[in-house]
Every structure is written in C-alpha cells, then in structure tokens.
Design a protein around this ligand. Structure first.
Ligand code: NAP
Length: 490
C-alpha cells in the first residue's frame, strides 16, 4: 500500500525566520498578492539572535542601523542593544505585520528539490511534512552551525562544555575554573560578562583581535520620547549613522592604508586599558586591522586585567577528562569549557540537500565556495533566491542594508514576472560568472585578502566567498531593479 502524503501549497516558501526571512515575509505580506510560509527549524523566530543567548550577547552595530529602515522603534534601551532588546524588536515586527500565522516553527527542512515538470519547489522537513511552492527563498544565514575545534582528546573532557550559540543557562559558573576558547566577536562579549562569577577564567587566544572602543551608552528617556513623537528624527539619525559607517568602506576596499589611523586609535585603546607590558604585547595583532572583523568593546580589555583571568596564547595541544594542555606542556585543570570558536560560515550557505534543475545539489556545486548572481540567484536553480547569499557580508556596515536591498530585488522579480507573464526565471550562467569574476577581482586589493590573516571570510580554498567588496549603496544600486534579460525566462 502506498502512503499518501499530504502536501501544503504556497506561492512562496521562505526558509529561516531571522532578520532576513522576516524582512522577506514583511514585504510579501505588505504586497498581499502571494501566499507564503516561513519554515523555521527552531521553536521560535529570531535566527541567530534566538540561538545566541550567551551572557553579554549584544550587537556591535548600533540599533538604529541594526533594524529595518522602514520600521523605526523608539524602545531601544542602549545605542548598542543587548540580545533581549533585539529579540523584543523582532517580536514587535512579527506582531505589527501579522506574521505569526505564516511562521511554521519546528519545521527543519532536510531536503528541497525543484520539480521541473510541475515548475515547483518541494521542501521536506524532518517531521516528514511536505511543502510545495513556485518560489523558494533561502534565508538561513551563514552563522547557523556552530564550529567546534579539532583538538585531540576533546571528546574525553568530562565536565560540561558548550558553544557560545548553545549556552546552558541552567549550569552555574560560580566558583568554577572555566576555559574560554577563542577571542572573536562572541568571546569578547562573553568574557567581561562572566569573568566576575568564577574562580578562574583561562582565555585561550590563538590570534588577538583588533578592538576599538564601542562607546556604548543608554538611550535617554528624553531621546526615546523624541523618537516616539517624531519618528522622522529617528530616521534622520539612522541615515547619519549609515553614512558614518559607510565611509569606513573607503579604508576596507579602496585605500587599505587608511586603516593606519584606526589602528592608532585601537592601540591607544589597548594601551589605556592594559598597563602590564607583557599582557599588552600579547594582545597586539600582527596582521592589518580590518583583515578579521574589527571588534568593538568597552569592557573586554579591562576584564583581562582581573586577577582571576589568565590569557593563554600558546596553542592547545590536547585535552583529557579535566585538563587542557598547551604546546609547551603547561596544563590547566578546568571544570567547564566554553567554545567561542565561531561558525561553519562558508559551508553553511547550503545547509541541507538542495537539488536544482537536473538534480544538481547546491552543496556539491558550492563545495569549493558559493557563487551566485548579485549574491541572490544561482544558475541551475530556477525561481530560487537567497538573502545573505555568497559575497554579501560586510566588514563595515549593517547587514540589514544588504537584506533590504536583496528583498527589494526579489519583490521586483516577482513583479516583473507577473507583468510579463513569466512563470520561471533562471539566471544565465554567463551573467553569474561575469559577476563573480568582477567580485573576485575587486576583492584582490581589499584588506580581507591582503591583510595577512586567516579569517572565516576566506574558505579553505583561499577564496573569499562571504564579503561584498564594495560600498553598500553600490550593492543597492545594482539590485534596484530585476532585469529579465539577465535570466532565461519562460
Ligand atoms: P569567530 O569570529 O570566527 O571567532 C572564533 C574564535 O575562535 C577566533 O578567535 C579563533 O581564532 C578561535 N579559535 C577557533 N579554533 C580555535 C582553536 N582550535 N584554538 C584556539 N582558538 C580557536 O567567531 P565568533 O566570535 O562566534 O563570531 C562569528 C561571527 O558572528 C562574527 O564575525 C560576526 O559576524 C558574528 N557576531 C556578531 C556579533 C555582533 O555583535 N554583531 C557578536 C558575535 C558574533 P583565530 O582568530 O586564530 O581563527
């Protein structure tokens, strides 16, 4: 007897309910022409902000910029918002735009495939539910899979251990000897937030980050009131911040030499906070500023001067049930390990079996690095769009700007298809190749490629598949309108 599967049909299927998926959903909802569902693997929306609840979790981009341009919100508590405030904003957006019924939680997509005959995408979730739609939108983001280090004996560690994106809030750190491995954007927020709780914190640093002051401060009641009464004032402040951040791209992409000024500021920041010359020396990066993400913190360096905090710069050789051993033979007895070791960013652009025309799996196609046209569409994958796809990440400004540019492009595509009676679009391979050649060419001179560091921006093949090598306004201009001529249409 063959089992009959019930299939749910929509015009558009979105995968992932983070900032990107929600933005797409809002624009579809506002337009009102298409049925859509957001398939979300977690038990609530929020994407990376739902997952990363570690102590001190906050955004190092100011909230005015790290929020939708079309949805001002006068409830930001600080210039740089902590995790809870950001989640509250996202919940507000879900309510305001009535997205709740569209977000299907607990639906972890395990496979999606293009059905050529039907002209539809079909997605299957872990539960066994089947969804079909004319359009598939991938908005799972690059930071959804924790990366754990390959250290001999790691599996033998007997105490609790977790990654920053899976914080175990029910286990207290009080009085414990805790190892934190990694000194990236997550670690520099975690360390100051937990350092005072424990007996000893050993911070394992492989590469020191460049750290600029964040100058975070509370948003005064008066300012919040002003924004409540006059939303245009908030918009104006947002615009000013956008251009302030955008001007930084000059140093990242055009004149890397300009980073010298910022480097001087970062060194001043370090020297001011750290008196001990040995510690200072250990914290000075030996690569150009900007090559890795420039971090912003007011409390990271001061936390390292605490008596119960040890900075260990030797590499980790191995672990056993309760020790971490370094390359020179030092041994640290620890009760608990926090891995602040980042994400499988480049690999996670295609997080599940994703079969396009002729059964080509996007995971295989992108095994040596993702490529898309305008970071949004992929040859061989009809009626498929990605938000925050290959080479759309930023080192200098808010990713929300990129998200909004891509969502506007996708809406323009749907509009053009409807007007011109097109049911299927697939980007021309030569357009995609030409675009990617240009992107890689432009990346050649940037700080990320010439700055003398290893970062998650560049994959194992040495190819930068994550960052946009230009100004965000250029990206927006390129995606202003969908041009059917770039696509094979039928
Ligand atoms: P990350 O920036 O990739 O940092 C991972 C850290 O772990 C690095 O310091 C790395 O050292 C270290 N590491 C990895 N394997 C190691 C090993 N075997 N031994 C010792 N150290 C090891 O990861 P993340 O801090 O989670 O941040 C990832 C991204 O998330 C950021 O770039 C950012 O885009 C985002 N994020 C944003 C915010 C925000 O405020 N907006 C906050 C947190 C995260 P090496 O440098 O030597 O590789």
């Amino acid at each position: 007897m063959t089992e009959s599967r019930s299939i749910q049909f929509f015009d558009v299927l979105i995968t992932g309910a983070g900032f990107a998926g929600l933005c797409m959903a809002i624009k579809l909802k506002q337009q009102g022409k298409y049925s859509f569902a957001v398939l979300e693997r977690g038990d609530q929306m929020g994407g990376t902000w739902r997952d990363n609840t570690y102590p001190g979790a906050a955004c190092d981009v100011p909230s005015l910029l790290y929020s939708y341009s079309f949805e001002t919100w006068p409830h930001w508590q600080r210039d740089y918002s902590p995790h809870d405030n950001i989640m509250a904003y996202m919940e507000h957006c879900v309510d305001r735009y009535g997205l709740g019924p569209h977000i299907l939680t607990g639906q972890n997509v395990v496979k999606a495939q293009w059905l050529e005959q039907e002209g539809l995408w079909e997605a299957e979730t872990e539960k066994g539910d089947i969804f079909r739609a004319r359009f598939a939108i991938g908005s799972t983001g690059p930071l959804n899979k924790a990366k754990l280090p390959e250290i001999p004996g790691r599996e033998n560690f007997a105490g609790p251990s977790w990654h920053t994106s899976h914080w175990q809030h029910d286990i207290s750190l009080k009085g414990k000897r805790v190892a934190v491995i990694g000194t990236g954007a997550s670690a520099i927020q975690v360390v100051p937030a937990i350092a005072n709780e424990m007996k000893e914190l050993i911070l394992f640093q492989r590469t020191p980050p460049w750290v600029m002051p964040r100058k975070d401060k509370p948003v005064s009641e008066a300012r919040r009131n002003r924004y409540r009464r006059f939303p245009w004032m908030q918009k104006l402040a947002r615009e000013a911040l956008y251009w302030k951040f955008e001007s930084r791209a000059i140093a990242f992409v055009t004149f890397p030499g300009l980073m010298k000024t910022a480097k001087r500021m970062a060194l001043r920041n370090l020297n001011k906070a750290i008196r001990d010359p040995n510690l200072r020396k250990q914290l000075i990066p030996d690569y150009d500023m900007g090559c890795k993400r420039v971090l912003r913190s007011d409390d990271y360096y001061p936390a390292l001067t605490r008596k119960n905090v040890v900075l260990e710069t030797e590499s980790i050789l191995k672990m056993d049930s309760n020790h971490i051993k370094t390359s020179s033979g030092k041994s640290y007895e620890v009760d608990l390990i926090v891995y602040a070791t980042g994400f499988e960013a480049a690999e996670q652009m295609a997080p599940f079996e994703f079969l396009g025309r002729d059964g080509v799996d996007l995971r295989n196609l992108w095994a040596k690095g993702g490529e898309a046209y305008l970071g949004t569409t992929v040859a061989g994958f009809p009626n498929f769009f990605i938000v925050v796809g290959p080479n759309t990440g930023l080192g200098h400004n808010s990713i929300i700007h990129i998200i909004e540019s891509q969502v506007q492009y996708i809406m323009s595509a749907l509009d053009a298809m409807e007007k011109e009676g097109i049911t299927r679009v697939e980007v021309k391979k030569e357009m995609q190749d030409k675009f990617n050649q240009e992107v890689q060419e432009r990346l050649k001179g940037t700080i990320w490629n010439v700055g003398g560091c290893m970062s998650w921006y560049v994959n194992q093949e040495g190819k930068n598949t994550t960052l946009w090598p230009g100004y965000t306004w250029q990206f927006r201009r390129m995606l202003r309108r969908f041009h059917p001529a770039d696509y094979n249409c039928s």
